[in-house]
Ligand binder design. Structure first.
Ligand code: ADP
Length: 443
């Protein structure tokens, strides 16, 4: 028989068990909810990461800013499932923000009026103006509630309710703005804006790269124009100086003493040096602008051709030049031959008086491409000056008087190699002297 006491115990126990079960069920549901929420968050983050990756890839590949902006707009619209995206850029000379005319429009007809309102010249809408002034992203939760916004009316008429914009940044300086719109009111999403900020930085890099390239092209063109003018305008008076000095020597030579003839020789030498400088200046300018005639060419042929041009110097200095197995290169044969002519010419020229130059040309094809070394037993270059020698008119102090040159050979050579997508640098040679190394992309 069950006593009432134990009956109470049993019901109490059952009640506790029920409560415990209920609590466990609750905890399990909560855990499941949390897991689902985390999974969704993770999924969202994954999506955002993919968005960032896609924009980064498009930015890296872009050779101009417009396609990079276009790709970013399309990717962001696809990610958000938003129907409208648009880009503005700051004009670097006037600092004014203006529409690029680059859009993603899910429905061209429907958003035509909104587009026209956004592209009005001299009238930049308030959302991008605000972003460019503050350098920070901005969010419009509901156009209906912010009628003060310039495009609020036309946006609502097109069925657009919410939007956000973020700056394209170079450092902290806004270089443009991207804006996006949707048809439903949307609350600001700080995590999303963070991703957009990173996209803004990515695009800023493309703008920066583009502008640097534009400036380089302009300065190359300026330099070439200058070099042409200089070569024409200087060549003429130079020819006349050379002509009159020659005349002086021919007609008055027998009446001049040795000293006067020595002065004439200096004048002739000066004219020749100046002519070489003009020629080199022109070569330097052209190395940055003329189209490259890309061909596959064995480096051995280029070296042999350069050595033919240097025959007199080799004989005069008693130089010994060893040429090993050399790889095949891809590039403009005329320009690459000029590089070898400069490197070999220097290797023969810059030896101490009385020391016969010994030059070794060797090469390998590494995974990244062919690499060639020109090593000499010359006077060497202080590692602290290893970069300086590649600058224009760089002639190391104390040498200018002993060794003839314009100080442009290495600057020309580096310009040519870099335009081919390669590198040229100098290292000290183990046994004294220098090694000049160059790499080129795979042929
Ligand atoms: P240039 O030979 O006309 O003076 P380059 O541009 O070819 O001009 O070289 C710049 C300077 O670098 C030279 O004046 C010289 O001081 C130094 N240099 C170049 N090549 C060598 C070398 N192989 N050994 C030692 N010094 C060198």
């Amino acid at each position: 028989m069950v006593s009432s006491q134990s009956m109470t115990d049993v019901t109490g126990e059952a009640q506790r068990l029920r409560e415990q079960l209920e609590a466990e069920r609750h905890a399990r549901l909560e855990a499941e909810r949390l897991a689902a929420e985390n999974a969704r968050l993770l999924y969202d983050r994954q999506d955002e990461l993919e968005l960032l990756e896609m924009v980064a890839a498009a930015s890296n590949e872009a050779t101009a800013i417009e396609p990079a902006l276009g790709a970013a707009i399309v990717h962001v619209c696809a990610h958000m499932r938003w129907p409208v995206g648009h880009a503005y850029l700051v004009d670097p000379t006037t600092n004014a923000l203006a529409s690029t005319g680059i859009w993603y429009l899910e429905d061209e007809g429907r958003y035509a009026a909104f587009r026209a309102a956004s592209e009005q010249p001299e009238l930049v809408p308030s959302l991008p103006s605000h972003v460019v002034a503050s350098g920070e992203s901005a969010w419009v939760t509901d156009f209906g509630e912010e009628p003060a916004l310039q495009r609020a009316e036309v946006a609502r008429a097109a069925g657009l309710r919410a939007g956000f914009a973020f700056p394209v940044l170079i450092g902290t300086r806004p270089a443009g703005v991207l804006e996006f719109f949707t048809g439903v009111p949307a609350a600001p999403d700080p995590a999303l804006l963070h991703v957009m900020d990173q996209i803004g930085v990515q695009l800023g890099r493309v703008v920066e790269r583009e502008r640097a390239r534009g400036e380089l092209e302009r300065s190359n063109a300026d330099l070439e124009a200058f070099a042409y003018v200089a070569s024409h305008d200087l060549a003429e008076p130079l020819r006349s100086v050379a002509g009159f000095v020659a005349l002086l020597e021919r007609q008055y030579g027998d009446r001049l003493d040795d000293r006067a003839r020595e002065f004439i020789a200096y004048a002739v030498d000066g004219v020749q040096r100046m002519q070489r400088m003009i020629d080199d200046l022109l070569l330097y300018a052209r190395a940055g602008t003329t189209d490259l005639r890309m061909e596959r060419v064995p480096a051995g042929e280029l070296v042999a051709a350069a050595l033919r041009d240097l025959e007199a110097a080799v004989a005069e200095r008693g130089a010994v030049v060893e040429v090993g197995e050399l790889p095949t290169l891809r590039g403009d044969p005329g320009q690459l031959r000029r590089v070898f002519l400069n490197l070999l010419g220097n290797a023969i020229k810059f030896t101490a008086p009385g020391v016969a130059p010994r030059v070794a040309v060797s090469g390998v094809t590494a995974d990244a491409g062919p690499e060639i070394a020109v090593a000499d037993n010359g006077i060497g270059i202080d590692p602290a000056e290893a970069e300086q020698v590649f600058e224009m008119f760089a002639r190391l102090p104390g040498r200018a008087t002993h060794y003839q040159g314009t100080g442009l050979g290495l600057a020309i050579s580096r310009r040519i190699v870099e335009r081919h997508g390669g590198r040229l640098w100098m290292e000290p040679n183990d046994g004294g002297g220098s090694v000049f190394r160059l790499t080129l992309p795979l042929p």
